[in-house]
Design a protein around this ligand. Structure first.
Ligand code: GAL
Length: 332
């Protein structure tokens, strides 16, 4: 009888305060696997995440680099489970192949927070302990279009004066939600803002500065001075375009308008010095904090109410426009 009362009391207490999931003597262990640790935005996001988690004390974080291989990431998931991680954060390599990760999470009863590379809702609904932290790709595209539109307002950026914006797009990875949607929405926004546009060319440069430089060098050879606008799906690719303009010795006054997305350290610097007309802040600080808060609350078995999850699963941080007028607010 006494035992039963005690069990009830304990259950009530645990129910009220939450039950830690810790599999390591009360210490929390968080595992993270990123799709590619050389990606600038992801590495800056992880830096924020590590700082946020370090601030909270006795939590261990282990970060793995999947180096662009889903198979490697699946193995890392197994490894993190074996090593006793209480919560696992996954930046999917292939956002269409989360099955193995989800099966392992369910089987071992370990919550997974997917981030940045968004899996489809059907996959995220496979189990209640799966979450997503990221941002709304469409919003970044609209904002990029708005920044570009404002640069053409006074007519000076229309180099040939034909009233049409001749543009190129440097695209992220094929099939990545941010690449597809940003490209579409940025151009649609220019049109909605009343501009006539003419797409000269586009190229996939996989978020990479060096790949973008190569692609832009090719465009400069073929189309030369007729390019009036470069829409980069991210800052690194916009910076690659700038590298190509510099390498080709094109004078600054003859450069096209260049816009990026992310607000990385180098991207912000390019806004400060006027090489990029603007960028769109992909809130790495907000996303890192949301991931850290969610991971810790899950590990400690605490309520998630204060995190305002949408559909009990999603946290999306808003994007913000950055131009020379407000860039100082974003510099560390
Ligand atoms: C995007 C970001 C890119 C790249 C990509 C990786 O959100 O803008 O720079 O980091 O994620 O998935």
């Amino acid at each position: 009888m006494k035992k039963a009362v005690c069990a009830l009391l304990c259950a009530a207490l645990l129910g009220g305060c939450g039950e830690s999931r810790s599999r390591n003597d009360g210490k929390i262990r968080i595992g993270v696997s990123v799709y590619d640790s050389y990606d600038t935005f992801i590495s800056e996001l992880m830096k924020e995440f590590n700082t946020d988690v370090a601030d909270t004390g006795d939590i261990t974080v282990e970060v793995y680099n999947a180096s662009g291989s889903q198979q490697t990431q699946n193995k890392q998931m197994e490894n993190m489970i074996e090593k006793g991680c209480d919560v696992i954060c996954i930046n999917l390599v292939d956002r269409t192949s989360p099955k193995k990760i989800i099966d392992l999470a369910k089987k071992n009863n370990i919550p997974v927070i997917f981030f940045n590379r968004e899996l489809v809702e059907e996959d995220l609904s496979q189990w209640e302990e799966l979450y997503y932290v990221g941002a709304d790709a469409a919003q970044s595209g609209v904002m990029e279009g708005q920044v570009a539109a404002s640069a053409f307002a006074d007519g000076t950026a229309d180099k040939n004066g034909d009233g049409v914006i001749q543009y190129i797009v440097l695209e992220g990875e094929a099939g990545h939600q941010d690449a597809v949607v940003r490209t579409e929405r940025s151009v649609d926004t220019l049109i909605e803002e009343g501009y006539e546009v003419d797409k000269i060319a586009s190229a996939i440069a996989n978020w990479s500065r060096s790949q973008a430089q190569t692609r832009m060098a090719g465009f400069l050879e073929t189309y030369g001075n007729s390019i009036e606008l470069v829409l980069g799906n991210n800052d690194d690719m916009a910076l690659g375009a700038i590298d190509a303009l510099k390498a080709a010795g094109i004078p600054r006054a003859a450069w096209p308008v260049i816009v990026g997305i992310d607000g990385t350290t180098a991207g912000l610097q390019a806004v400060v010095n006027g090489e990029m007309i603007g960028t769109v802040y992909n809130d790495k600080k907000g996303q890192a904090k949301a991931m850290a808060d969610l991971a810790i609350a899950l590990a400690r078995g605490e309520s998630l109410d204060h995190l305002n999850l949408k559909n009990d699963k999603y946290i999306r941080l808003p994007y913000q426009i950055i131009t020379i007028d407000n860039v100082s607010d974003y510099l560390d």
